[in-house]
Design a protein around this ligand. Structure first.
Ligand SMILES: C[S@@+](CC[C@H](N)C(=O)[O-])C[C@H]1O[C@@H](n2cnc3c(N)ncnc32)[C@H](O)[C@@H]1O
Length: 284
């Protein structure tokens, strides 16, 4: 689809219609690739891809590179993938982590977790996936648990490396704060945190105002004006936070040691490591 048309449809169509159109399009693509015998069985069928990018393999490989080069991920680490989706990052990690490593991922979308359990854990027993029935207006409208009350199902100081790629871009402020608290609890001292955001610094705010940003985060979530979203009625579809708020809150939970922010190009910046903004830090 042409880029301008895609950008227009992004905000014109209501979220359920967009989801339906994607499902129909991807089902057709799956049908064609199955007929041609080109479908890669190590990856989920496209119609199950609810995680956003159509460049599933490329994004997974990209993040594995960032984890090892910028994040210092080691091959035998104990790793937590918050909001693991349908294995976009876990699949490349199976080729990087060794048998001494432990990977845990959890998500609120049952289809994604079930696919990962059946297609990844079966071949890699040190990869564990958990489904949690948490409410999210965009991803799990019938969820019964509130993120802001959720305690991660792991013991204190379990993980060497915790990451969340494109997850806090779908979570509300109180929920993010609860997750930061839990991250602090389950991350080992000296462990690494790797998370992505739509982070609103001066340049991003200017780019949004000038219409240069891909994510038009213009609607304030509340009177605090610490975060802004783009889809009327569904803040969880795409939400960004003031950069100062993110860094202050990471400091409050002792997870801002050696903090580095790598700005992404979602807001139209030229020099960027990735699409979203990447925050890499350590627990003091
Ligand atoms: C854009 S997808 C990214 C998935 C995965 N991290 C990746 O990079 O492929 C956003 C994911 O966040 C998950 N999610 C949303 N709210 C969540 C929450 N409170 N806890 C855990 N996962 C959540 C969604 O179910 C979805 O899988």
């Amino acid at each position: 689809m042409n880029k301008t048309l895609k950008a227009k449809l992004k905000y014109l169509l209501p979220v359920p219609i967009k989801k339906l159109l994607k499902f129909v399009l991807y089902t057709c693509e799956d049908f064609v690739s199955t007929l041609k015998g080109t479908r890669d069985k190590d990856y989920p069928p496209k119609r199950l891809n609810f995680v956003g990018s159509s460049e599933f393999k490329k994004v997974g490989a990209e993040f594995l590179g960032h984890f090892s080069k910028a994040g210092g991920l080691e091959k035998d680490n104990t790793v937590l993938d918050i909001g693991c989706g349908i294995g976009r990052i876990a699949i490349p990690l199976t080729k990087y982590l060794n048998s001494d490593a432990h990977y845990h991922g959890f998500d609120i979308d049952k289809r994604g977790v079930t696919w990962c359990q059946k297609n990844i854990s079966n071949k890699h027993p040190n990869f564990h996936f958990d489904y949690v029935d948490i409410y999210n207006k965009y991803y799990n409208k019938k969820g019964k648990i509130k993120s802001e009350e959720f305690e991660f199902p792991y013991k204190d100081e379990t993980f060497d490396f915790i990451f969340a790629t494109s997850v806090f871009t779908h979570m509300l402020p109180k929920e993010v704060l609860q997750y930061f608290k839990e991250i602090n609890r389950v991350l080992k001292k000296g462990g690494t945190l790797f998370i992505t955001f739509f982070s609103l610094d001066k340049e991003a705010l200017e780019n949004i105002t000038a219409g240069r940003a891909n994510a038009q985060l213009t609607i304030p979530f509340d009177e605090n004006k610490t975060c802004f979203y783009s889809h009327k009625n569904v803040p969880e579809a795409e939400i960004g936070y003031l950069e100062d708020w993110i860094t202050d809150e990471l400091k409050k939970v002792d997870c801002a040691h050696n903090l580095k922010v790598h700005h992404g190009n979602w807001d139209g910046r030229k020099e960027a490591l990735s699409y979203q903004d990447i925050f890499i830090s350590m627990k003091a």
